[in-house]
Structures are given as structure tokens and as C-alpha cells.
Design a protein around this ligand. Structure first.
Ligand code: IVH
Length: 703
């Protein structure tokens, strides 16, 4: 598995297609590291590098919410629980936070909160009324949940994957900051959540002791805290200086407060440590001021913090704002700025992707940036190289921000070698020698070799067998490239043929009877594949996992999907309209799908797969929610009184409805607000049921 933190582009420059490919790669890579860390106890990368991967994943998802994968690491929140501890299902999931990296991100967060709540007082009458938030240091430890029944501590667990954690009650009992019995009267059931951490002084002392005892030392306090909490023998934990700050809660048998600040006050009363730097801020300015102040005093705090968390103070607003996938809409983590380092750019290499995109990669003299050794960085595209005038031999400034991938911020011109030449981006594909061209308006240069380009072919096959496509184990890049070079496989169907008739593998170097049998087993196990994986595996431009799932749910069978895509070649026709009106599929994506099926060789790939014995099954219907709109296709149009369209959409989806952007015969319901446009007219023309806002609220049980 590749752990080198290198990849295509800064997030703002990613195309949807690149983003989807990268999310796929990140999901596989993060799952791999989770396994290494938790199941195999043999991490390959530092915690910081791991966090970077997750942050990049989150950042891409934030920009392309439609691409969030079913198996996204962000849906798992933390790592899957390891062996050894009893597993505990959390009464309420333990969520994560979205990140902000600049004041502008924070302002955008406040704006989006206000937008969401704009039908509520005071925002209705005062669109830019201040929003009170609580700002808390973001403690760099690991989160835990503590359950109290009748005021007594009965269960403590790690976050695990956010849904299921590990029962570490005995270990948490050894922490001074975890009260066994609550001081003030408390609800019958009360779950307090917060961060287990270690102070820097305690961490250094612990490492001293470990060094003296010739035990391996911990890389940082967070590692020390995690390693100490996850001890099977609680007497070891008892010797470790762990602490706990309370900042959130899970299940409670009664409401504990009206505001977050009120809840923290009650936590203090019950005997918990609440971080003393916590402040209620009446405005954005106050919140940003606290961030600046903490950033300056960071080193003096005695424990590691990596940012400031802002939480909307009103719990009524929090309830309205709710959650997206895994993070609350009412909170955000404002991270501290990136760490930088300087190093030499040794070379610029060009990678060719599945769709022929040429991506320049900086090959660097290895250097540590914020605890991670970096030897490669993305240069994004040719414009970027030109804009920064990056030359081989230059000293460059690297930065790790919230991104996983280090970026080249600038070139140190004073240190440029006199003979350094401007970089000339190739106009020939380095893999196949075909012309590489840039379409007008595109930033990406692409190889025109198509089917003859070995790099593209290998990348396509790799994509085909990848974990979220056909998930064929044991067929790595090296094998694919070698099989292809030797003419054993040309297209995806050949993988199935080769498994049925492995004669060409017999006697090949590295292929023994068992490895052939393993490959056969792996391939046979994937003969049957759900439609969404099948669509995703085809590698259609811009069709990531999320889009493939949308398509599969809408068309249900491969036959229906294929014939609809062929029919959709006519952009004025109904088939194209149906495709285009699936919420989450825009015109540009729709065109790429249609174009794919318009190519005879692509149709041939599908036919070949079916001929090779692949069967495609209908996808399981989405989790059924018992609601009057579950499974219905809903369109929302016009201005609503009580909620914004965005909130209405979120509510409809939470109740199991599909929300579409335009009205067709397949629409079940159109919710019509004030001053509706053509969608309402269209609904009446087609005889689709329309609801006014009051009827809508009554239907979803919110009247
Ligand atoms: S609130 C529903 N507050 O950061 C929101 N989290 O990136 C739950 N963290 O999993 C989290 N300090 O481990 C919250 N003051 C704070 C925090 C904090 C540290 C950690 C926590 C969480 C992660 C999210």
C-alpha cells in the first residue's frame, strides 16, 4: 500500500472526477492503516500522517458532498475497534467535526448557520444577527464517553468507529478526572463525552521512564494517551498520567440545559474538568479573537491543542441544524495554521491517470514537515508550475495544512542554481508517446492514446479490480501491468477468462499453484456484483461511487440503465431529462455517462463482461425509514415559510425520500412554496400531486 502522501491537486483545483478517484484511494488507504494499527498492531505511518489522510478525505468530501462514499472513512469516524476489548454500541453515535483553516472558512460557517436558520428569530428580522457560540480548545487526545446511571459511573468507552467503541471502563476508572459518583444531582441516565489526554510534562516523563526501561517511546502525547488507555491491564493505565476534559454528551434521560455553556456549567457541578480556556463568544469577532490568542499561547498551555472548536450555544438551534453524515452543522473546528519546511526539488515526474490526465509530481529531497517525512508532493498541473515558476534544482517551501498532501507554497529564488531551466511540460504522453492535449478551458492535459496507452489501460484495470469496484484481491498494479504487457489481459473481461483458464500463468515467475488458486477464488467470488459497483467499475468520467449508487438506485437493473443511457443520447428527450433530474447528477455528469455508452468499444466491454459470466444484481433498496415519503421522489420549489429549501431537502432525505431537482412523470410529490416557478406548473400539467407548505409540514409530522 502506498503511504507516500502524494497525489494530484489542491482541493480547489480537483475536478469531480479526480476528487472521486482520490476519495476512493483515500478510503482504501485509510482502511489499510486502520487495520495495520488496530488489528495488526503494526502501524506504518505516524498518527500525524494518518490524520492528514483523513483530513484530506474530509476536505474533498466537504467540497464534493455528493461524492461521499458508503465506505467513507468519515462515516466510520475513527478506526474500527481492535480485538481484546468488549465492543460497545454507542447510544448515540460519537461524531466528528468539520474543519476550518482560515478566518474566511469560519465566516462561511457562521453564514451557513444563519442561512439555515433564516426563518427563525432573530435571523428572520435581522439577517445578520450575531450568533453566540462557545469556543473551546480542540484538545489533541482521544475521545471517550462516560455513562452514569443513578449518578454512578457504569460504563466507559472509546470512540472506535463512531458507532461501536471499546469498553475501557476499568481503565477510565483509574483517571482522577473521571468521577465515580457525580457530585450534584444528575439525570438517571447521563453520558458525558470528552477528551482523554496527557500533558506534555507527563508525556516527557513517561518517555524518560520508558527509555530507562528500554521500552519503546511514544511519538507524541496523543499517542501516549491512546496507548495508555487501550491497555488490557488497567493497573498499567493506572500508572499513566491520563486526564480528561468534558465537552459534550450523549444519551441523557432528561434535558440538561438550554445552552451549550449551561451544559458545561452543569458538568463542572457534577465534578468534571471543563477546559478553563472555554469562552462564550457573542460574535464571530470574539471567537476569532480567542483563536488568535490561543494560537499565541499554545505552547504555554501544557497540553497539545490543534485548534479551537466553535459550537452554537443555543441547543434549540443545534437541534434545528442537526448533522451531515458524521459531523454536526452546529460546530466547526478552526485549526491552527500549517507547518512549513524547505527542501530541494530533485525532479518533476509525470503520472498518467485512468482518464489520461497527466499529473506532475515533485520528487523531493526527503524532509520532515510537522512530523511526517515527505519525499513527493503534487504540482497539480502545468499552469501551477508556471505560475510558481518551479524549476528542478530549486529550494522549495513545503506546507502541510489541513491537507494530507503537502503543497509547494513557493520557491526560494535567492537559492536558485544559476543553471536551473524553466520546466517544459510534455505534450507527449510519457507512457505511450501519443499527443497529450489540453482542451480549451481545461487545466488538465490529457493523453490522447485512449485504448492504446498502457498507463491508462493499467489504471483502468486497477480501478476495475479496486476495493469499491469489483474488489478482486491479490491483483495488484504490478501483476496487471505485467499481464497486460504479455498480452494475457486486454480488458476487464479477460480477468474472468484468465481465472477460468489459468494455463498461461502456470510456470510464470511468482505464480505457484496456491497463488493461482487464490486468484481464481478471488475472481470467482466476484462473478456476481451489485449494479452500483458494476457502474462504478466501468470508470466513467465523473462517475464516482456516490453517483454510481444514485444511478443504480434509479435504474435498478443493468438492462434498464444501459438502454436508458443509449436513449439519453438525445439531450432533448425524456431519457436525458430523467437522468439529469436525479438530484446529485448534473448536466455535465449526465453527458459524460451518455458519451461513455455512445462509444461502441465501451458497450463491448460491458458485453464482454456478461459473456465472461459476470452477473449484475439489483442494488439493495436504501435503508427503509418508516415515513409517508420513504422511497418517494420529491421536488421542492418556491420559498418556504418555516424552513429553508436546504433544510426541507435535508428533512425529506432523512425521511427516506429521493429529492429531485426537476419535475417529471416519475415525481411523486411537489412541495410548492411561495412564488413558485415553472416546476409547479409542470407538476400540474403532468398531474403530479402538489402540496403547500402546511400540507407538507403535516405530512412529515412537523405541523
Ligand atoms: S466536540 C459532536 N469539542 O476532535 C461533536 N471535540 O475532530 C463532537 N476534540 O472526535 C466533538 N477537543 O476527539 C469536541 N472541545 C472539543 C474537542 C473535540 C477535541 C476532538 C474529539 C473529536 C474530534 C473531532
Amino acid at each position: 500500500m502506498k503511504t507516500d502522501p502524494t497525489s494530484p491537486a489542491p482541493i480547489e483545483a480537483l475536478t469531480i472526477e479526480e476528487a472521486a478517484a482520490e476519495l476512493e484511494r483515500l478510503a482504501a488507504e485509510i482502511a489499510h492503516h486502520d487495520r495495520r494499527y488496530h488489528q495488526e498492531d503494526a502501524p506504518e505511518i505516524s498518527d500525524a500522517a494518518y490524520d492528514q489522510l483523513r483530513r484530506r478525505n474530509d476536505a474533498i468530501e466537504a467540497r464534493f458532498p455528493e461524492l461521499v462514499r458508503e465506505d467513507s472513512p468519515s462515516r466510520r469516524v475513527g478506526a474500527a475497534p481492535g480485538q481484546g476489548f468488549r465492543k460497545v454500541r454507542h447510544s448515540r453515535p460519537m461524531l466528528s467535526l468539520d474543519n476550518a483553516f482560515s478566518d474566511a472558512d469560519v465566516i462561511a460557517f457562521f453564514t451557513s448557520v444563519r442561512q439555515f436558520l433564516r426563518k427563525d428569530e432573530p435571523f428572520r428580522s435581522q439577517p445578520d444577527a450575531p450568533i453566540a457560540v462557545v469556543a473551546e480548545p480542540k484538545i489533541d487526545g482521544l475521545s471517550a464517553t462516560l455513562r452514569y446511571e443513578g449518578g454512578r459511573f457504569v460504563l466507559g468507552a472509546t470512540r472506535g468507529d463512531g458507532e461501536v467503541g471499546e469498553d475501557v471502563t476499568a481503565n477510565l476508572r483509574t483517571l482522577r478526572d473521571v468521577p465515580q459518583q457525580l457530585a450534584d444531582p444528575a439525570p438517571a441516565v447521563l453520558e458525558i463525552r470528552g477528551e482523554v489526554y496527557m500533558t506534555r510534562a507527563d508525556f516527557f516523563a513517561l518517555n524518560q521512564r520508558r527509555m530507562a526501561a528500554e521500552e519503546p517511546i511514544f511519538a507524541n502525547p496523543r499517542n501516549g494517551a491512546a496507548g495508555s488507555l487501550r491497555q488490557l491491564d488497567p493497573t498499567i493505565t493506572a500508572e499513566r498520567p491520563l486526564r480528561f476534559f468534558a465537552y459534550a454528551w450523549g444519551e441523557t434521560s432528561e434535558e440538561i440545559a438550554d445552552t451549550h455553556s449551561g451544559a458545561l456549567e452543569r458538568m463542572r457541578g457534577w465534578g468534571f474538568q471543563v477546559n478553563p480556556e472555554t469562552r462564550r463568544c457573542a460574535s464571530i469577532e470574539e471567537a476569532l479573537e480567542l483563536h488568535r490568542s490561543l494560537a499565541g499561547r499554545r505552547a504555554d498551555l501544557g497540553y497539545d491543542i490543534d485548534g479551537v472548536v466553535y459550537k452554537v450555544d443555543s441547543l434549540a438551534f443545534q437541534a434545528r441544524l442537526g448533522f451531515v453524515t458524521r459531523a454536526p452543522r452546529w460546530a466547526i473546528a478552526h485549526k491552527f495554521p500549517a507547518e512549513q519546511a524547505q527542501t530541494r526539488l530533485n525532479a518533476i515526474t509525470i503520472q498518467v491517470g485512468r482518464t489520461g490526465a497527466l499529473t506532475p509530481v515533485a520528487e523531493l529531497e526527503p524532509v520532515t514537515v510537522g512530523g511526517v517525512v515527505v519525499s513527493r508532493a503534487t504540482l497539480h498541473n502545468e499552469d501551477e508550475i508556471q505560475r510558481k515558476d518551479v524549476r528542478v534544482g530549486d529550494q522549495v517551501v513545503l506546507q502541510r495544512a489541513g491537507d494530507v498532501i503537502p503543497q509547494i507554497v513557493s520557491v526560494v529564488l535567492d537559492r536558485r542554481p544559476p543553471d536551473a531551466e524553466p520546466f517544459r511540460f510534455p505534450d507527449i504522453c510519457p507512457a505511450c508517446g501519443s499527443h497529450a492535449v489540453r482542451e480549451p478551458g481545461e487545466v488538465v492535459r490529457r493523453c490522447t492514446g485512449g485504448l492504446i496507452c498502457p498507463a491508462q489501460a493499467v489504471e483502468r484495470l486497477r480501478h476495475f479490480v479496486s476495493r469499491n469496484a469489483f474488489d478482486i484481491d491479490g491483483l495488484g498494479e504490478k501483476h496487471i501491468a505485467a499481464f497486460r504487457a504479455d498480452g494475457l489481459i486486454h480488458g476487464p473481461a479477460d480477468i474472468f477468462r484468465l481465472a477460468e483458464d489459468p494455463a498461461p500463468l502456470v510456470g510464470r515467475e511468482g505464480w505457484k499453484e496456491t497463488s493461482i488458486a487464490n486468484l481464481q477464488r478471488a475472481v470467482r467470488a466476484r462473478r456476481q456484483v451489485p449494479l452500483d459497483r458494476f457502474i462504478y467499475a466501468l470508470g466513467i468520467r465523473q462517475v464516482g461511487e456516490a453517483t454510481a449508487r444514485l444511478l443504480a438506485r434509479n435504474y435498478e437493473t443493468l438492462d434498464a440503465f444501459r438502454s436508458a443511457m443509449v436513449a439519453a443520447a438525445d439531450e432533448a428527450g425524456e431519457a436525458f431529462h430523467d437522468l439529469d433530474s436525479i438530484s446529485g447528477i448534473g448536466a455535465s455528469v449526465a453527458r459524460d455517462i451518455v458519451q461513455f455508452f455512445a462509444e461502441p468499444h465501451n458497450q463491448q466491454v460491458v458485453d464482454d463482461l456478461l459473456a465472461a459470466g459476470v452477473t449484475v444484481t439489483a442494488v439493495a433498496a436504501p435503508r427503509q425509514v418508516a415515513s409517508p415519503i420513504a422511497g418517494k421522489t420529491v421536488v421542492i420549489t418556491g420559498e418556504l415559510e418555516r424552513m429553508t429549501r436546504r433544510e426541507a431537502k435535508a428533512r425529506a432525505e432523512a425521511l427516506g425520500a429521493k429529492v429531485a431537482e426537476s419535475v417529471s412523470k416519475k415525481t411523486d410529490l411537489v412541495v410548492v412554496g411561495a412564488s413558485p416557478g415553472s416546476k409547479a406548473t409542470k407538476a400540474r400539467e403532468l398531474g403530479v400531486r402538489t402540496l403547500d407548505e402546511a400540507e407538507w409540514l403535516a405530512l412529515i409530522g412537523d405541523a
